[in-house]
Design a protein around this ligand. Structure first.
Ligand code: ADP
Length: 190
């Protein structure tokens, strides 16, 4: 089984690349951001709670996120593998993922980080905000906050998997196809 973590700051292209990887490797794409937006769209209690954090560019509390992720994985057991996109974003989330996979006799195969400079991220997110309707993409202050949260709370996740030899970086600027080639190489080398 391939259990891939697609990692990187907001706007680094995880969603775009995940879609292409799903088609090539037949994996299940689990994006916690998409799961939250689905809950928000349906105005569920979980969605309403998540929205208050997301609109500020903050992380949703771990206990909410971890439970939602577990439900999604447990509802989709017979798959060739998973692409985790936007998860884990904290060390407790990483430990929860490791435990969940261990229960299935599995482990994280690799974490691939899409490396993109801040100036490029801000441009991409402001552009996306013009058409996505995402409230968290519409305002530069919220975007800056998301990038800061990524640096403070999420980059330790890279180090956590790097310490066990599972984390690599891929340059995330260039054409979508060129970046996809690099990601495919990393997966083919598993
Ligand atoms: P992006 O990577 O562009 O920031 P996402 O769609 O992955 O966008 O996430 C949007 C928002 O959803 C995040 O800013 C955060 O508030 C919330 N979120 C998504 N995944 C997580 C997570 N694993 N833990 C906590 N909050 C999360």
């Amino acid at each position: 089984m391939i259990n891939l973590i697609l990692f990187g700051p907001p706007g680094s292209g995880k969603g775009t690349q995940a879609q292409k990887l799903v088609d090539k490797y037949n994996l299940l794409h689990i994006s916690t951001g998409d799961l939250f937006r689905y809950e928000i769209g349906n105005k569920t209690p979980l969605g309403l709670e998540a929205k208050s954090y997301i609109d500020q560019g903050a992380l949703v509390p771990d206990e909410v996120t971890v439970g939602m992720l577990r439900n999604k994985v447990e509802a989709n057991r017979d798959v060739a593998g998973y692409i985790f996109d936007g998860y884990p974003r904290t060390i407790p989330q990483s430990k929860a993922l490791d435990n969940l996979l261990r229960e299935k006799g599995e482990e994280v195969s690799k974490l691939i980080m899409l490396d993109v400079p801040d100036v490029e991220l801000i441009q991409r997110l402001l552009n996306r905000g013009k058409t996505s309707g995402r409230t968290d993409d519409s305002n530069e202050e919220i975007i800056q906050n998301r990038i800061q949260v990524y640096k403070d709370e999420t980059t330790p996740v890279f180090d956590f998997y790097h310490a066990v030899g599972k984390a690599v970086k891929v340059h995330g600027v260039g054409t979508i196809d060129a970046i996809f080639e690099e990601l495919s190489c990393e997966i083919d080398n598993l």
